[in-house]
Design a protein around this ligand. Sequence first.
Ligand code: TYM
Length: 326
Amino acid sequence: MSKILTGLQPTGAITLGNYIGAIKQMKELQDNYESYIFVANMHAITIPQDSEELRSNTRNLIALYLACGIDPNKNTIFLQSENPYHANLSWVLECNSYFGELSRMTQFKDKSSKNANFTVGLFTYPVLMASDILLYDIDYVPVGVDQKQHVELTRDLAERFNNKYGDTFKVPEPLITKSGTKILDLVNPSIKMSKSSENKKGVIFLLDDLEVARKKIMSATTDSECVIKYDMENKPGISNLINIYVSLTGKTIEETENEFTGKNYGEFKRCVADVVVDFLSDIQEKYRSYLNSTIIEEILDNGKNITINEAKIKYDLVKMRIGLTR
Ligand code: TYM
């Protein structure tokens, strides 16, 4: 069976973009793939975090995975920080990564330009991500398009290592869906919907109050054409709402365009808002029940044991290949 893996950072509130780009794909693929999903809490500390907040966000994210339909019987669910091999392999890969190629990562360029005191961890972050993937012989990595460059770097690092030291790593591929590639900010549809956006009106958080979420959709930026047609370049606002609608209903873009032919933007937004609110309400109810259960501890203990055993085999092979053994 082919393998898939993804991770999310437990920084702040999880967005509809995170769900559509990554979690939803995992949910849909979990029946047919050997699946791994984790909390990238070590990636989170590349920027300053309050320790209590990080701890609770981490646990909350596991409850959210479960609420979103990630089945613990079909997925290995774990915390990155509970498996020391991620950081160990990351060091080895850092010693096989070039300063130049890491300097070219767009996310690094973007984040470092916003804060002059950025950490070295922010710079080496993509290498830790490569380790997350390469430890487990992963075939596909379901992500949004903003992570594509990091998966491509992972491929380069795997191939470079294999060429230098002999076949060691499987070379993974990113898995990006058309409608989930990049969910856009509702107020400013020229940027992606992001947790860290300053204007929270453009971002649907999975734990948003339902009426607040409805208002965000109703006041989403559109255009003056009054035609519900998918055209990312000229009608990003409407196309973004179509992407959200398509992702949550399972309808196609064409079906959606036909459904709303002749309707105005207000009617369309109301339907999108209904779908989003139904979806959030279902998740939030499940989330609350998982948060109060002991199942999270059991799941994480299990995930820790499974991934440490598996990662040890790969890391031992890596050490042997490069001469780090006696
Ligand atoms: P993170 O936490 O920034 O985002 C988690 C996932 O959500 C996707 N995403 C989006 N997809 C569509 N539209 C959006 N607006 C949107 N915003 C975010 C991201 O592409 C991502 O898939 N480095 C990763 C975490 C990570 C990881 C890994 C992922 C660490 N190791 C190994 C895969 C495999 C990150 O910071 O994602």
